[in-house]
Write a protein that binds this ligand. Structure first.
Ligand code: PHE
Ligand code: ZN
Ligand code: ZN
Ligand code: ZN
Length: 286
């Protein structure tokens, strides 16, 4: 798998920060900051060769919410799909750089790197940037509900990325002992990070929309408002007794509220997982 350049991920975050600043300081799903975030992601994907779908959320979303953004890489077995998603909206309190510019940017750079490398694919990869997560996982719920049961059955796993750069964070994996989580865990274990189950995030982000339909889910997170334990501070560093992200849903969730080391490790683990699941170690050369 390629090494994702964290400086490129950071450059996407800087664009999201600038978008928030031009639009009243936030990127909430019903605002122009969200619309411009959609346009930025879509523009980068299209320039890389993706066909990009804006899916309007016509039921269950907050009135006036912008669309989901969906981009499938058009190679590999279309009946065997691995999805990677992140919510693109934020709360109204601030620019939403860790929550969830971090996951959105890590995913975007992975999509762009896949297009640059253009490997022979075994399986399909589909990327999604969700709307209106903050009001109840609404964009992802609409997406999964809208699929036919046949199309749902083609999704072999969904990987979620919500808050992957918390400044006092830990290394958390959703459903860490599941088969779907194996490559995510393998990558962070290879860095000796001793990842733990994402108990704080259970049922609280877009992976839950898939889980409710019995689709296998996993993902990375570095934590929100829960506090780091002393055992966690001993193994990961940081401050025990303090929130994983002290700027969770606050105005200080700016580009300064980003843990670049964590962001790099999440970005690279996404690439590792994508390659393992969809490119395949033994993929024959073209
Ligand atoms: N889904 C939450 C949000 O976007 C983030 C979160 C994840 C909170 C995990 C707690 C645990 O605000
Ligand atoms: Zn990297
Ligand atoms: Zn949030
Ligand atoms: Zn979030």
């Amino acid at each position: 798998a390629p090494d994702i350049d964290v400086n490129k991920v950071k450059a996407h975050l800087q664009e999201f920060q600038a978008i928030a600043e031009r639009n009243g300081g936030n990127r909430r799903s019903t605002g122009t900051g969200y619309d411009q975030s959609v346009a930025y992601v879509k523009g980068k994907l299209q320039a890389a060769g993706f066909t990009v779908t804006e899916q309007p959320c016509t039921s269950g979303c907050t009135s006036g919410s912008g669309p989901n953004v969906i981009a499938e890489w058009p190679k590999g077995d279309a009946d065997s799909v691995y999805m990677f998603g992140a919510h693109l909206d934020g709360v109204s309190a601030g620019p939403g750089m860790n929550d969830n510019g971090s996951g959105s940017a890590a995913l975007l750079e992975n999509a762009l790197e896949l297009a640059r490398q253009n490997p022979t694919m075994l399986n399909r990869v589909r990327f999604a940037w969700w709307t209106d997560e903050e009001q109840g996982l609404n964009g992802s719920d609409f997406y999964v509900r809208s699929l036919s049961s046949g199309d749902r059955a083609k999704i072999k796993a969904y990987y979620n990325f919500d808050m992957v750069a918390s400044t006092n964070g830990g290394y958390f994996i959703n459903h860490i002992n599941s088969a779907a989580a194996a490559p995510m865990k393998e990558y962070w274990a290879s860095l000796d990070l001793a990842p733990e189950e994402n108990t704080e995030g259970a049922g609280r982000s877009d992976d839950y929309s898939f889980e409710r339909y019995s689709i296998a889910t996993s993902g990375y997170a570095m934590g929100a408002s829960a506090r780091k334990t002393s055992a966690q501070a001993a193994k990961w560093g940081g401050t025990a007794g303090r929130a994983y992200d002290p700027c969770y849903h606050a105005s200080c969730d700016t580009i300064s509220n980003i843990n670049l080391t964590g962001l790099n490790r999440a970005s690279d683990g996404i690439a590792y997982t994508l390659w393992e699941q969809a490119v395949g170690d033994e993929a024959p050369a073209d």
